[in-house]
Design a protein around this ligand. Sequence first.
Ligand code: NAD
Length: 274
Amino acid sequence: MTISGIMSSVSVALPVKGKVSLITGSTSGIGLGIARALAGAGSDVVLNGFGKPEEIEAARDGVAKDYGVRVDYSPADMSKPDSIAEMIETTLRKFGRLDVLVNNAGIQHVAPLQEFPAAKWDAIIAINLSSAFHTTRLALPGMIANKWGRIINIASAHGLVGSAFKSAYVAAKHGMLGLTKVTALEVAEMGVTCNAICPGYVYTPLVEAQIEGQAKAHGIPREQVIREVLLAQQPNKRFATTDELGSIAVFLTSDAAASITGAAIPVDGGWTAH
Ligand code: NAD
């Protein structure tokens, strides 16, 4: 391989070397998978989210040891604008920059509209949608000054289609796609891209708990729960993995994705192709 060949493969493998990424809701599941992938691609990372202190510490140590990058953790509550502002300020103070923002924190509540608790509606809109507005408005000035930034919003197949009993979640995820488009348009000439990833079902500890719970509740084998209950809408009948989502996020930070902006990328095994 020529020197230039080596150089180009290095830049492809480590598209965010020397950069700083903040991933909201990254103490578990998809957020942690994306944080690990960005660290593997050379970025220092800021983790955020809730959980047991020892598990957060283990996640933080794991990323630092496995990839040799700097890892910070913010306990900021994504339902609180002041807490979000403090998280961004602390990141900028400690690292001097914020290059990649992944808006991933999210919660769910399932109930018919007429029984949907108003407080749950408010919490889901705040955490799944408004937090992305606050992080984005505070991260953009630095990205614009550096003429480079990547914002990745983790929406859902439910940003593209609805499902009964998930009013707040579906509304927030549709809103996330609107925010993605407007962000992309406002900074299109400034070296900053903003895209949404729209996963169908992704295999996480939460999904594993649902498989076990449904299998017990219905007295049916787990394979049947996976095919007929959880993946009923998902034509390929397989869960996406957190590693796959991490790789897609890394791709969106790479030079190859410089012209991809304002997009909603389905990762749903064909669900929204129906
Ligand atoms: P998860 O429950 O494993 O992780 C959610 C993360 O958000 C955790 O780190 C949690 O601590 C954090 N969080 C929750 N409330 C918070 C708050 N107020 N402030 C800060 N952090 C908070 O869930 P996941 O499955 O990894 O989901 C991550 C994102 O992906 C969510 O936005 C979810 O809607 C989306 N998504 C998930 C799936 C799936 O199948 N798992 C599918 C489509 C979309």
